[in-house]
Design a binder for this molecule. Structure first.
Ligand code: ARG
Length: 459
C-alpha cells in the first residue's frame, strides 16, 4: 500500500530516493499565496454550481485562511513526502477540517492548478516590477534634468564622436527601460486568462463555471483549449525573455558606469555605499554593484535558455518536465527584482564630474563634424569639407589643441571660406545648440523631452 494522496493503485510505497528526487515543495512553496487564492475561488464556484454544500465551502475557505496565517507565521510544517505546495496545503486542510477538505479537489487537477498558480504568481511579479521600473525611470528623469546642460563626449566605436549632453544619455537609458516596461505590460495582458477547468487535460464532468472563477481571481477571461492550457508555459518564457532584455539593458548601463568610474574616464563618482575596496590595494574603490549586475545578466539569460530547452521536446499535454520551470523562473524573478532595486537606489546618487566630461569632449575633436557642416553652409560640397576638416584636425593634433583653440589665421590656411562666425559653431556649446530638433541632444530638446516624459507619467 502507498499512503500518498494518489496512492490507491500502488502496491509499494515510493522509494525514499525518488521522493527526494521528485519533490518540488522545497522551491514551489513560494506559490502558497496563489495556491490558496486559487483553491478558495474554486471552492466558492463549486458551491455556487451546487457541487459542494455551503457548509463545506465555508469550512474550506476558513480552513485555507487559517493555513495562510500558519504559513505566514512560519508555523506550517512543509513535508517533502507530500511532494509539492499543492498537496502540502490540501493535506493540511483535510487534517484540519476533515472530509470537506477531501472534496476541494473535485473537478480539478494539479495540472490546471499549477498552471493557475504560476500565472497568478507571474502576474503579481510583473505588477511589482512595473513599480520598480518606474522608480528607475523617474530617477533617470531627475538625473537627466540635473545634467541637461552638461557636455560629455558621445561615442561610436567607443571613440569620441560628437558632443552630447549627459542628460541626453540618461534619457537614452530611459527609453530602453520604457520598452522593457511595455513588454511586461504586454506579457501580462496575454497571460491573464484562467487555466482552471482544464483539469488534467480534457476538462471535467462537473458543471463548473470557469468565468466565475476567472472573475474572482482577476483574470480577464478563461483559456480556450484544455490541452493547451495545462501544457502552456509560454507566459513564463515571455516573462523570462522580457526579464532578460531588462538585464541586458542594465548590463549595458553597468558597462558604461564601470568605464566612466575609472580614473581614465573619471566621468562619474559612484557613492561609496555602492562600492567596495580591495583587501590588498588600499587605493581601490571598485564598482561592484554594476559589475554584479553585468554578471547576473548571464544567469538570467541562462534561465531563459533553460526554459526554452525545457519546452522544446514536450508533446501535449502536461508532462512532469514542467515542474522544472520553477527554479529558473524564480531565480530570474529574484535577480531582476534585486538588480532593478539596487539601480533604483543608485541612479539618483550618481555624481557627474562635469569638468572631466567636458574636457574629454574638448580633447576628442568632437566638433569636427560641426566644422564640416559650417563649410557646407558656405557652399563647399560635404565630401570636400570632410577632407579639409581632416587636415585641420591633424594640424591641431600635432599642436596638441582642439580645433576651436586654433586662431582664425590658422583655420583659414585650410579654407578661405572660414570666418569669425566659425567659433560659435565649433565650440562644444555651439555644437550642442545646433542639434535642435525632436529627439536630438541640444539642452533645449533634452528639456522638452523631459517635459514630455513628465506629462506622460501623469496620464
Ligand atoms: N509539482 C507539479 C509541477 O510543478 C505539479 C503538477 C503535478 N502534476 C502531476 N500530474 N504530477 O508541475
Amino acid at each position: 500500500a502507498n499512503q500518498k494522496l494518489w496512492g490507491g493503485r500502488f502496491v509499494e510505497s515510493t522509494s525514499a530516493l525518488v521522493e527526494k528526487f521528485s519533490e518540488s515543495v522545497s522551491f514551489d512553496a513560494r506559490l502558497y499565496r496563489q495556491d490558496i487564492a486559487g483553491s478558495k475561488a474554486h471552492a466558492r464556484m463549486l458551491g455556487k454550481v451546487g457541487v459542494l454544500s455551503a457548509t463545506d465551502v465555508d469550512k474550506i475557505v476558513a480552513g485555507l485562511d487559517a493555513i495562510l496565517a500558519e504559513i505566514e507565521a512560519g508555523r506550517f510544517e512543509w513535508s517533502e513526502k507530500l511532494e509539492d505546495v499543492h498537496m502540502n496545503i490540501e493535506a493540511r486542510l483535510t487534517e484540519a477540517i476533515g472530509d470537506a477538505g477531501k472534496r476541494l479537489h473535485t473537478g480539478r487537477s494539479r495540472n490546471d492548478q499549477v498552471a493557475t498558480d504560476l500565472r497568478l504568481y507571474v502576474r503579481d511579479v510583473i505588477d511589482e516590477l512595473l513599480q520598480l521600473i518606474d522608480r528607475v525611470g523617474d530617477g533617470l528623469l531627475d538625473l537627466a534634468e540635473r545634467e541637461a546642460d552638461s557636455v560629455m563626449p558621445g561615442f561610436t566605436h567607443l571613440q569620441i564622436a560628437q558632443p552630447v549632453t549627459f542628460g541626453h544619455h540618461m534619457l537614452a537609458w530611459r527609453e530602453q527601460m520604457l520598452r522593457d516596461r511595455a513588454r511586461l505590460v504586454d506579457c501580462r495582458k496575454r497571460m491573464n486568462l484562467l487555466p482552471l477547468g482544464a483539469a488534467a487535460l480534457a476538462g471535467t464532468v462537473y458543471p463548473i463555471d470557469r468565468h466565475d472563477v476567472a472573475e474572482q481571481l482577476g483574470f480577464d477571461g478563461v483559456t480556450e483549449n484544455s490541452l493547451d492550457t495545462v501544457s502552456d508555459r509560454d507566459f513564463a518564457l515571455e516573462f523570462c525573455s522580457a526579464a532578460s532584455l531588462i538585464l541586458v539593458h542594465l548590463s549595458r548601463w553597468s558597462e558604461e558606469l564601470i568605464l566612466w568610474s575609472t580614473p581614465m574616464f573619471a566621468f562619474v563618482d559612484l557613492p561609496d555605499r555602492f562600492c567596495t575596496g580591495s583587501s590588498i590595494m588600499p587605493q581601490k574603490k571598485n564598482p561592484d554593484v554594476p559589475e554584479l549586475v553585468r554578471g547576473k545578466t548571464g544567469r538570467v539569460i541562462g534561465n531563459l535558455n533553460a526554459l526554452l530547452v525545457l519546452m522544446k521536446g514536450q508533446p501535449l499535454a502536461y508532462n512532469r518536465d514542467n515542474q522544472e520551470d520553477k527554479p529558473p523562473l524564480f531565480d530570474t524573478v529574484d535577480t531582476v527584482t534585486n538588480c532593478l532595486a539596487v539601480y533604483a537606489d543608485m541612479i539618483p546618487a550618481i555624481k557627474v564630474r562635469r569638468d572631466n566630461c567636458r574636457s574629454a569632449a574638448a580633447k576628442g575633436f568632437s566638433t569636427a563634424t560641426d566644422l564640416a557642416d559650417y563649410l557646407v553652409g558656405k557652399g563647399l560640397p560635404f565630401r570636400d569639407a570632410h577632407h579639409v576638416v581632416g587636415s585641420t584636425v591633424a594640424y591641431a593634433q600635432d599642436k596638441g589643441c582642439d580645433i576651436a583653440e586654433l586662431s582664425l589665421g590658422e583655420l583659414r590656411r585650410f579654407s578661405p571660406l572660414i570666418g569669425e562666425d566659425v567659433y560659435e559653431r565649433i565650440t562644444l556649446e555651439g555644437s550642442l545648440a545646433a542639434r535642435n530638433h525632436y529627439g536630438a541632444t541640444s539642452p533645449a530638446q533634452v528639456r522638452a523631452a523631459i517635459a514630455r516624459a513628465r506629462s506622460a507619467r501623469k496620464e
